[in-house]
Design a protein around this ligand. Sequence first.
Ligand code: GLC
Length: 835
Amino acid sequence: MESSESIHPDKNTHASGRVGSEHKLGQVIGYVTDAGSSGKVHRFYTPDGNFAVRFLNHDTIRIKMFSGDDVDWSSTQAVEPVASFADLENAVTVDVLPEESVITLATETLRVVVWKYPFSLQVFTKDGTLVYKTDSVWIDKSGSVKWIAQSDETEHFYGLGEKTSFLDKRGERYEMWNSDVYAPHVPEIEALYESIPLLLHMRETLSYGVFLDNPGRTVFDMRSRKDAYTIQTSTGDLDLYIFFGPSIKQVIEKYTGLTGRMPLPPKWALGYHQSRYSYMDQEEVLELARTFRAKQIPCDVIHLDIHYMEGYRVFTFDQARFPDPKAMMTELAEMGFHIVPIVDPGVKRDPRYPIYKEGIAGNFFCKTIEGTVYTGDVWPGESAFPDFTSDNVAAWWGEKQRFYTDLGIRGIWNDMNEPAIFNEIKTMEPHIMHDNNGNPKTHAELHNLYGMLMSKATYEGLRSQVGEERPFVLTRAGYSGVQRYAAVWTGDNRSFWEHMAMAMPMVLNLGLSGVTFSGPDVGGFAHHTTGELLTRWTQMGAFFPFFRNHSALDTLRQEPWAFDEPYETIIRDYTNWRYRWMPHLYSLFYGATQTGVPVVRPLVLEYPSDPRTTNISDQFLLGEGILVAPIYRPDTTARSVYLPEGVWYDYWTGQRYNTPGHILADAPLDKIPMYIKAGTVIAEQPVVQHHVNGSPVAGGQLLFRVYAGNLNGSSVYTFYEDDGFTFAHEQGEYNLWEITVNESGAASGAGGAADGNTTELRIEWNRRQDGYNAGRAAIDLQIHQLSFEPSTVDGLNQVSSVAELASAPTGWHYDSATHTLYVKAADDVASLTVR
Ligand code: GLC
């Protein structure tokens, strides 16, 4: 806790604030004295530093600062392009147009104008709109570079990974330095566990993204100047990529094209996870599992926190607490549970401990430059830290996962991997060395990579050991590219309503930064939750990509039943809902593996031209057409909700809203305000208690919920399914259906369907792939909000009740009271026309 003394006038440096004082350091990069293009590379020489520019494709540029003649084009492990650089680059044609004071580099979509006196850069779209303009570039004696770009107060900033505060990062300043911040998670905290140095910039509907590939300490400052923002390095290279959208979605697609995308997770990892620091022994874990099944609250995963280990030594079980892990695993597997144990990087310095001995013998730990093994204090006491920057160390660590995989474990939780160390600077000293595959660098230069490289080693180890099964890794720390290996949780939040609220912009910006598989500790980690907070948080968490309830030592218990009724029933209902909507969620996850576009999205991603969406931080979209507006205040049963343009239905009442505009939502404790856009399709399954590898969920039963009334007449839904746990989908064993819903009206007025005069609704299945047999004969549909009473549904028979439909092979029934059409069609249906 700080007292007023911390703002004593004699202590204050007066260095911050909007004063341009930052310019006093270093010097501005001056005139370009020489320039030239060779092959794909365009070089600009100044007395203060040189810049090389190349195009990765026609609308992505990479700018690298260099000295001397050679440009080092190597990248960090963040970069793992979906297609090869060479292929991308070879497809680009760049016209170089030299003039007296500028050199223009033109592609089919962009014009990059490099000014020589002094060096600066402007980027225009083909039609001449200015998209990007540097203000100036500064360098100081230490080699720190400030790259300053112009902006104004009408512009918006997103991305930057896991940061506190609201969605729009305008007016904020952040550092990229992976940090173990137990407390406080408040707006002024500039660095948390993850560092994703990707800044998304949006002016009106024109967007670009800047990725600074530098894993040392860097700064993104959108606060200090009104007319510009600054990106600053402290060590290492200035290696910038600028992706021009024009839409944010396109920027994300390009950025994840470079840094990779999440592989399809096993379905069980999308289920509900239960955790606590810690479930103390084997019997407690089994009892927890039995309680879930007895209470019929779905759950796929139980996490084991640090107490499962012997003296917190990784790759061990405490014999007294967990005397028979194998028997425990067998019993859990019979109940359908996965176990995800925590594994931290610190290896206890103990000459009798085999992992430490192997690490010493193999030369696997980080060292000082003088060659002594570095140790720092963490849970087990004095510990050494594997140097994941070298492939042989990563391979060793990967191989060690066998301790877990031999027990049937398929998921690992990597924590404390910033790395967190209990010392004054909270991490490894900056001068500690990383071997970096024979290209030694200091920890200061590579800090932000440590956590990601640990997850990479873990993921790759698991991948090689579990045959055809998909592994799952959860990590606290990460860097750009972490999405290729791990899901991310947002660290040690607290059971505060404010932290529940802040989880929304955090998860949304992580998603915009390429990391879609993320979520907070539901219920809050530290401090004490309440029945109401846990209920409201679970309502929100059920729609986040990663859904885990986790709480800290000595806090009130927060398992779903901890607060009795009415909370337990409501929490069960929302967990059930998660499982009912699993086919939909899984389809969205599939989409993210293909494009990088996140599963949960801020409204601005889908409605960038609506200025009212730019900083909505307390509502989100699940995919395109489901709007979720959680209640995040105590004793609150109503809230305002912004509905963007389109026809929206209240999920609960079916009330139709013609928008855009704000409405007041009614939200008693058992309801989360939720709205479905006309034209939306949602794939559902019956509730299951957990996933069963190898058998289709719920016998393959599938329901498509279709919301009619689409103003535009037509919408497309991408449905994806596969076995949910192997890599057989890579061999084509999956179903990918594009389902088009088309509404047409023989209108009395000009508006047709828009006026509610729809007279025909047609659903078509474009089966782009039909490679997975889900074992079902029929699929169900429920068409809501039909504006006419149907008389025919293709060649199907009409039956007199929903119950009759259930036992018929195919058919349809219309419930005029609710305007819902129930249809049962053959699984291989190609189209349905409702008239
Ligand atoms: C860290 C983690 C937390 C975990 C605890 C004990 O604080 O963030 O999730 O429970 O360590 O392992």
